[in-house]
Structure formats: C-alpha cells, structure tokens
Design a protein around this ligand. Structure first.
Ligand code: BES
Ligand code: ZN
Length: 860
C-alpha cells in the first residue's frame, strides 16, 4: 500500500456551479497564465474556502469584491483562501489569477513534442487530468462529485488548432496578435473530464446517423490515418444510443492522437485524447492486431461518454464502475462493428485470464477499495478495476440476460444523468429490471477480493449420475485460504449433446452442492462454465477431465471452452494443484487446433513454463517441444496471406511464425531473415501483420547487421506503431554490451518516455536481460523516477523489471532498494511481483525434473 497520510476530501461549505476560465499557454517558454471566475454557492457560514491546486502560483483571489489571503499546501495539493469577513450565504463569485508551467510530466497541462513535415521541432500543449491533475492547470474542486459547467477560452498563436470539450462559439484577435478562442458552455460535469489541446493537426471528419460531428485529428500530413477510427466512431455512437436508449448529448466529438501521452487514451467529454498508436491506422503499415486494438479503445472511450461522463462515480472507490463497465462494453461494440474479430473469445484471454491471474495473489484487492491519497487512486487503475470489473459484468450480463441488462442500464443512466452514483445504484437498477437478487450476488464479487475454484467430480449411486461442486478461494500458491471466503456463483452446465446450450443453470450460494445428471445421456461428457463466462476456475476430477480431452482434439467443444479448459489447467499447475507434465500432455490435444485465440492463450501459458526452464539446461528441449506442437498449424497457415482470409487467420500466422522463429526453427529463421533483407533493401515490403514476428526472430537469431538495420527502421519510420514494434524486440540481443546499449537507448531522447517501457519489457525476456534491466533500473533510478513520475508508467516499469525473476534470493535485494527509493505508485505491484517470483521459484523446484524427463521422451 502507498504510504498513508491522513487524507481528507475537500470541505464542501462552498461549492462551484460554473467556471469561466481563460488560459494562455506559451508554447516556447512552456508556461501559461490563467484567470477564472467561479460561480459558487456558499452553503454554510465561513470565511475560508479550500480548493485543489498543485504546481500553480496564484497571484490573487477575490470573493465578490473582497480580497483573500492565499495559503498553499503542496502535501494536500490544496489552496486555502481566507477572507476578512464572513462570506454571504448563497451565490457569489470567486475570481483568481494564476500562472503555471507547461510541464513535461505528461499530466496536468503539459507539452508534447512533434516534428513538422519540414523537419522543425515544435511543442503543443495538452491536458491529462484523470485522476487528480486538473488542479495542475487550474485551481478547482478536483473531486468527481463536484460537478459544474465550464466556459473555456484559450488564447493561442494564430496558426494553431485550439480544442476543448465543446465547439467554438466565438473567436477574436487580441492586442498582442493572438487568437482568443471561446468554447460553448459544457454540460455539468466533473473536473477530471475537462480538456484542452493546442497544436498543429490535420483531421478527417464525418457525421454519425444522428448528425453528431465527429473529427479525428492526426499529425500534419497524416489525415488518412484517422479514417479507420472515424468509421469506428461513426458506427459506435449510434450503437450505444440504441443500446443504452440514451443519445450522446454533445454536438461534437473529437478524437485526437497525441505524440507524448502516458496512458492509452482518455475519455474527456467531447475531446477524447489517444496515444498515437491507439488511434491511427496506416493502411500499409498497421497490423490487424493494431486495428483491432484501435477499435476496442475507441469503443472503450466512447462508452465512457455515457458511463463515466454522463453518470460519474461518486468517488474513486467506485472507479471500477466506469472502467470495468467500459472494458466490457468495448467488446460488445467491436463485436457489433467487426464480427470477423470474434472478439468475445479474445476477451477470455485478454481480460478474464489476466484478472484471474492477478486476483489469485494474496496482494490483490477487492474491486471496490477505499482510496484517498492521489497515489492510492493511481494504483487502482489496474487489472482488478478493469479486467476483473469487466469479467464480473460479463458474468452478470449472462446471468440476467441482455434484455434486463439493457433495461437496467437505461434506468440507471436516466436516473443519474449529470449526477454521481455508487456501485449499489447500478445493482438496484439491474435488480429492478431483472427481478433477480443482483445486489446480494454481485456484492460477493465486488466487496471481497479473489474468486473461487470449483472442485467438480461425478459420482454414480444406484445407477444415478450426479455432480458434486464445492467452492473455495483459489490462491495462486495452491494453499487453502484461512479466511472464510464464499461467493454466490452463477453456474451453467453443458454436456456433449449440446455444447452451446446449458442443460442446467443455478446460483451456487453455499459451500457445496450436488446436482443430478439424470437427464444427461450416458457417455456424454459434462462441463461447467460454457463460454468461459464465470469468474472462477474449475478443477475437474481426472475422470471428468479425461472425458473432455477427445472433445478438445476433435474440436466439438466450442473454442471459448477449449481456451478456458487449458487456461484453468495451467493455473492449477502453477499453483501446484496439478502437475505441469499433465498440462503439457493435455496441450498435445490442441495440436490440430485452428483458433487463433486458443493458440494465443496456450502460447502465453507455455511461456510460463519456458520462463522457468530458462533457469535450467532444458531450454533447448522446451524449444523443440514448442516447434513440434506448432508444426501442424504452421504447415496450414504458411507465410503468404490467403485470398479472402480473416484478420484472425493473419494473426494466427503471425503468432505461429513468431513461436517457431523464437524457438529457433531453422526454416522459419531463414525465411524470416531473407524476407527481412528484402524488406530493408526495398525489394519487397513485409506485410504489416508479419513484422513483429520477423523483427523479433532476426534480432534474436541474427547478428549485429540485423540489429543495425532494425535500428534504421526505427529511425526512419514516422509511425508510432512501427517504432514500438521495433522497440519491443531490440532487447532480444544476446551480448551483454549490446543489451546495455539498448537500455541506454530506451532512456535517450530518441525514445518517448511512454515507449521506453516497451523497450525494457523486451530486454527483460531473457535471463541475462532481466538481470541487466534490474541493475540498470537501480543505477538509473533518479533519472527513471523523474521520467516515469506519472503513476501508471512507474508501476509498469517496476513490474516489468522485477516480476519474472525465478530466484527467491533477489527478493531481499529488491525490498532493500525500494526501502531506500520509494515508488509509492508501485507499492502494490512490488508486493505482487514478490509473490510471482515465489510462484516461479516453487514451480521450478517442484516440476523441473518431471518436465525435463517428459520433454526428453515425448514424441509429440
Ligand atoms: N479513464 C482511462 C484513462 C486513465 C487511465 C486515466 C489511467 C488515468 C489513469 C481511460 O478510459 C482508459 O481506461 N484508458 C485505457 C485504455 C483502455 C482501452 C483499457 C488506458 O489508457 O490504458
Ligand atoms: Zn476507461
């Protein structure tokens, strides 16, 4: 946990209803001046007003005509104004004049660097306010429940684009030759959703079927890269309107790609900001994976326009309400716009499985968690709020059905529009719409951490088949939990006769339950959790598991079930509840698998075993196992795109070639090298879908010249996606000196700080690279902690550089280091990483010999 200072919310004796704010950024001196007139209501007698303010110098403050005294407190990030007389109750105005700095920390009001088509380096100004950084641009009541309207004016140089949440209503020239641009009044909203952008951009535009003006802003000269996102947004807004039964309420929405951007995207009402590679799609150079990601993230931020912007959580404790929800709805939206991505199957491996991995740790936390201090707020933007939140909502959606779900949402959004809500408010609306005990069931998922593993076995008594299901908390280390966790678990059960339609559904509300299988045909397999929708793991008796394996091999079991089955098995093996060798045996049943997502999940699970085997002399054995396992599918997908193939086929090809290339499959490595040379020489450009696989293979298996050529790709490409593709694999080099060069390069001014993390991640994939990364992080901590001051980046950097160690002995060293060098936004991540290291070490000790002898013998 972050260091706990006594944290207090603002006293609300005086509350704002409108901010009239003017900001003048200086794009060369990196400062800004501001003035604001805030209409407030004095609700209780007082002479004092406390509001949030950080890194801002306030020159003067007045209440109506009365001048106040100013006291700043940088610990609590507040400014306190004391006036000589009592403030009159009722409406008044608070007027402030202030100055600040356009910082380079990617938060508050900050500068972002870009190069003009003529090659000139310039800066624009951008905002990122969530969660607690609006106070760095303007003194304000920076809490989600303090909603107000905003009249914004930006004073900017002549030839710059100026954007805010609302459309421009007027514009005039100032005496100093600047443009003063005023925007229409916003609806009543929270401060973290306010946004300003000043810079040079091109755009493409269109209208959705309701006439909402949508623009996608891109770097100069790159307007066509906005077309894809524009199409997604045009389909998505009407989809949400129809789904929620509530229209988008603003006249316009802009989506803009920002060169320096700490997170993926931010849902500012009417002006959504994105990291460039999360928005821009280049027809020649973007991969299918990227396109799919752009669609998801556009879907996510647009969902927030309702869920978060129109109805806002009362406090950050309920953050998950908007993040979990948007992370669920983005899939509905992409499924609607692009059914060819079979996106719900990918949900299982991208969201559910990550949620379960994290939530099985002792250092997890409940979805709803009390937070106060900004560092604590930053910490909960994690896989629990997002992935577990989304997974729990998916389970709920399936349990109450789409119709009741939509009806409940509509009620919730209508009832709380322009207001704030608590988690329970959503449960109540959904309970009313469905007639089901939503609050009782769901609170077991949101107020306690973790999730259950269901122990399932079949019994036969007097010729009657029955199923016994017992729940207990699933712990990543396989130990049974002392505390008495219990969940209300919606359960569906299918059998061979109809793998898609449950023959039985129930909500398990006790420790254990027995279900009759009288209706099931003799010889039919029985399986829990069809579609892998439940937020739990299933531990079958070996007889039940054995009966399911043929249904995997012949793929009569649906893809999401095949995915879930092996995912549970790997988790059980990692926890020591089943043997890793059994899992490798089961993996053989997937040899003729044809589904990209199933392969992808299997590959990432196998990589856990590969990771621990890196610390033995068996890495080559693991490589040949992987090559054999993937050989059939490799032969099927080949190197060339087939006519009319789906994006999933292209993704499968990339996955398979990358697996074979990294494992050192001779033909694949050679072909990768030859295609790389053709790509570099300009003879034949590499298909964007294959680039990651090829780049990774040539760095890992090639020599210095491959590395140098790839570096040229980095330097010449103007596309962020391409640069990051390169950064991710540069660290695959083997030589110690070269690895250190890559680490140095990552923090040079050639790499934007948000992208450096991807570079570190690549380095930390090998035994040597991992060690060197950790040493590098320690040696350069001062510089890094400045670069990564922004909470989520700091946490990611720390996680990447420590979580994959396999030797326990490193733990005290890491502890010692962070004791001396606190990383408050990473404190939970550090604890979680220690657990991961312990788990890796335990698995290595337990299974190394057995895995070795299996790998030596298998003739897969
Ligand atoms: N509201 C968040 C942005 C955010 C993230 C603010 C972390 C402060 C800290 C936004 O809606 C979001 O969730 N962005 C995600 C992308 C999304 C597709 C999961 C992100 O930035 O990673
Ligand atoms: Zn979000």
């Amino acid at each position: 946990m972050a260091e706990k200072k006594e944290f207090q919310r603002l006293p609300l004796k005086v509350v704002p209803s409108n901010y009239n704010v003017t900001l003048t950024p200086d794009l060369t001196a990196f400062t800004f001046t501001g003035s604001e007139t805030i209409t407030v209501e004095v609700k209780e007698k007082t002479r004092v007003i406390a509001i949030n303010s950080a890194d801002i110098e306030i020159q003067s403050v007045k209440f109506n005509d009365m001048t106040g005294e100013i006291k700043m407190d940088s610990d609590t990030e507040t400014a306190t104004f004391t006036f000589p007389d009592m403030l009159p109750l009722g409406q008044g105005t608070l007027s402030l004049v202030f100055t600040g700095c356009l910082n380079d920390k990617l938060k508050g009001f900050y500068r972002s660097k870009y190069t003009t088509p003529a090659g000139e380096e310039r800066h624009g100004a951008v905002t990122q306010f969530e969660a607690t950084d609006a106070r760095r641009a303007l003194p304000c009541w920076d809490e989600p429940a303090c909603k107000a309207t905003f009249d914004v004016t930006l004073v900017v140089p002549k030839n710059r684009v100026a954007l805010s949440n609302m459309p421009v209503i007027s514009e005039c020239k100032t005496e100093s030759g600047l443009r003063s641009v005023s925007f229409a009044r916003t609806p009543i909203m929270s401060t973290y959703l306010l946004a300003f952008v000043v810079g040079e951009y091109d755009f493409v535009e269109g209208r959705d079927s309701d006439g909402v003006l949508i623009r996608v802003y891109t770097p100069l000269g790159k307007a066509e890269q906005g077309t894809f996102a524009l199409e997604v947004a045009k389909k998505t807004l009407p989809f949400y309107k129809e789904y929620f039964g509530v229209a988008y309420t603003l006249p316009k929405i802009d989506l803009i790609g920002i060169a320096d951007f700490a997170i993926g995207a931010m849902e500012n009402w009417g002006l959504v900001t994105y990291r460039e590679r999360c928005l821009l799609v280049d027809p020649e150079n973007s991969s299918s994976v990227s396109k799919q990601y752009v669609a998801l993230i556009v879907g996510h931020e647009l969902a927030h326009q309702w869920f978060g912007n129109l109805v806002t959580m009362e406090w950050w404790t309920h953050l998950w309400l908007k993040e979990g929800f948007a992370s669920f709805i983005e899939y509905l939206c992409v499924d609607h716009c692009f059914p060819e991505f079979d996106i719900w199957t990918q949900f299982v491996n991208q969201d559910l499985s990550q949620a379960l991995d994290l939530d099985a740790l002792n250092n997890s936390h409940p979805i709803e968690v009390p937070v106060g201090h900004p560092a604590e707020v930053d910490e909960i933007f994690d896989a629990i709020s997002y992935n577990k939140g989304a997974s729990v909502i998916r389970m709920l959606h399936s349990w109450i059905g789409d119709e009741a779900f939509r009806k409940g949402l509509n009620q919730y959004l209508s009832k709380f529009a322009y207001k704030n809500a608590f988690t329970e408010d959503l449960w109540d609306s959904l309970a009313e719409a469905s007639g089901k005990p939503v609050r009782e069931v769901l609170s077991t998922w949101t107020s306690q951490m973790g999730f259950p593993v269901l122990q399932v076995s079949e019994t036969l008594e007097d010729g009657h088949r029955a199923l016994t299901i017992t729940q207990s908390k699933f712990c990543a280390d396989g130990k049974s939990s002392e505390s008495d966790f219990q969940w209300m678990v919606p359960i569906d059960i299918t059998c061979a006769t109809n793998p898609l339609k449950p023959f039985y559904s129930t909500v398990l509300s006790s420790k254990s339950s027995t279900i009759s299988l009288d209706g099931v045909k003799a010889g039919d397999w029985v399986k829990l959790n069809p579609g892998t929708i439940g937020v739990y793991r299933v531990h079958y008796s070996s007889t039940m598991l054995d009966s399911l394996i043929p249904a995997v091999s012949n793929m009569s079991l649906p893809a999401r079930d095949r995915l879930g089955l092996q995912n549970d098995l790997f988790a059980l093996a990692k926890a020591g509840l089943s043997s890793s060798v059994d899992v490798l045996k089961v993996a053989e049943a997937y040899k003729s698998e044809n589904n990209y997502t199933v392969w992808s999940d299997l590959a990432s699970n196998l990589s856990t075993i590969s990771l621990i085997m890196q610390y033995t002399d068996c890495s080559p054995l693991m490589d040949s196992y992987n090559i054999k396992l993937f050989s059939d599918v490799a032969a099927r997908v080949g190197w060339e795109k087939k006519q009319g193939e789906s994006p999933l086929d292209a993704m499968l090809r990339a996955l398979v070639l990358s697996m074979l290339g990294h494992s050192g499959h001779t033909d694949t490595v050679q072909e990768a090298m030859s295609r790389f040379e053709q790509h570099i020489s300009g003879e034949k450009s590499l298909d964007a879908d294959l680039r990651s696989a090829v780049y990774g293979t040539v760095v890992k298996k090639g020599d210095k010249s491959h590395f140098d050529n790839l570096m040229k790709v980095y330097e010449t490409s103007e596309l962020s996606e391409e640069k990051v593709r390169v950064l991710r694999v540069l660290g695959y080099v083997k030589d110690e000196q070269q690895i250190n060069n890559v680490l140095q390069f990552a923090i040079s001014d050639k790499v934007r700080s948000q992208d450096a993390v991807s570079c570190f991640a690549g380095v930390a994939t090998s035994v040597l690279g991992r060690q060197l990364t950790w040493e590098f992080v320690q040696a350069n901590w001062k510089k890094l902690s400045i670069m990564f001051e922004k909470g989520s980046l700091q946490a990611r950097l720390v996680k990447i550089s420590i979580q994959d160690f396999v030797n326990r002995s490193i733990i005290p060293e890491i502890k010692e280091f962070f004791k001396k060098n606190p990383a408050p936004a990473a404190s939970r991540v550090i604890q979680q990483s220690f657990e991961n290291i312990e788990l890796n070490a335990a698995m290595l000790e337990r299974d190394r010999e057995a895995i070795k002898s299996y790998l030596t013998k298998t003739d897969l």
